[in-house]
Design a protein around this ligand. Sequence first.
Ligand SMILES: Nc1ncnc2c1ncn2[C@@H]1O[C@H](COP(=O)(O)OP(=O)(O)OP(=O)(O)O)[C@@H](O)[C@H]1O
Ligand SMILES: [Mg+2]
Length: 257
Amino acid sequence: MSRTDTRTTAAGEVVYEGSSLELQDLTLAYGDVEVVRNVSLTVAPGTTTCVIGPSGSGKSTLLRGINRLHEPKSGDVCLAGRSVLNDKPDDLRLRIGMVFQHFNLFPDHTALENVALAPWRVKGQSKSAAHGLAEDRLREVGLGERMDHRPRDLSGGQQQRVAIARALAMHPEVMLFDEATSSLDPELVKGVLRLMAELCERGMTMVVVTHEMGFARKVADQVVFMDEGEVVEAGTPEQIFDDPQSDRLQTFLSEVL
Ligand SMILES: Nc1ncnc2c1ncn2[C@@H]1O[C@H](COP(=O)(O)OP(=O)(O)OP(=O)(O)O)[C@@H](O)[C@H]1O
Ligand SMILES: [Mg+2]
């Protein structure tokens, strides 16, 4: 089956087919300063890895290295078993979707236009096919009734759902989330986290930088704790939250829990 086809469940929901993601000794630097050092990580297809750690520990830089918004200094990134470091960054970003803290929607476009834009302009689908696809993705994230609204007429949570639908419309193999709920009002956080958990259940491969420890505990297959640019501990939520081994993780958890 080609990746442009979508399989659906009996209930009509899209089944995602996430790919594996593997980081091997990945190092990222700003100038001479290495802010991510020798990170190795395996994310199995259709699983969710949550990355936690203090501010400045390199979490965002790591995500940006995965889809090469920041070029790695050394090491490798493999998607579906193949290195992507020699691929064109634009091609890679069709395969890896990213959702940021700030939604980065086009303010003068409706929700529908924001989601349809890349399938139409970048993937070369016809405008009507791209609009059909955008309608499906927006319904899936619970915005069927608000497709014709512009970002300013949507709540923060709804805008973040549009950003998620926009990433999904490219039929990515992996989704990266960088603090996707941290600029939302508390009452809107839950709905977006629920949507992310649904994507996980439906087979998407996800790497989620979050300080929502409840989400990490409940949804993650693997939790990775970073500090000062390094992975200090990785394991199941039970291992990380109930049986932390290092002083650094114990200290971090005592501050955030
Ligand atoms: N553009 C940049 N130029 C130089 N140094 C940078 C740049 N962006 C980030 N850094 C530094 O790299 C380190 C890692 O930053 P990063 O944003 O990846 O951390 P983070 O774990 O995502 O933090 P936070 O939880 O606050 O988002 C920090 O020391 C930061 O100051
Ligand atoms: Mg960050």
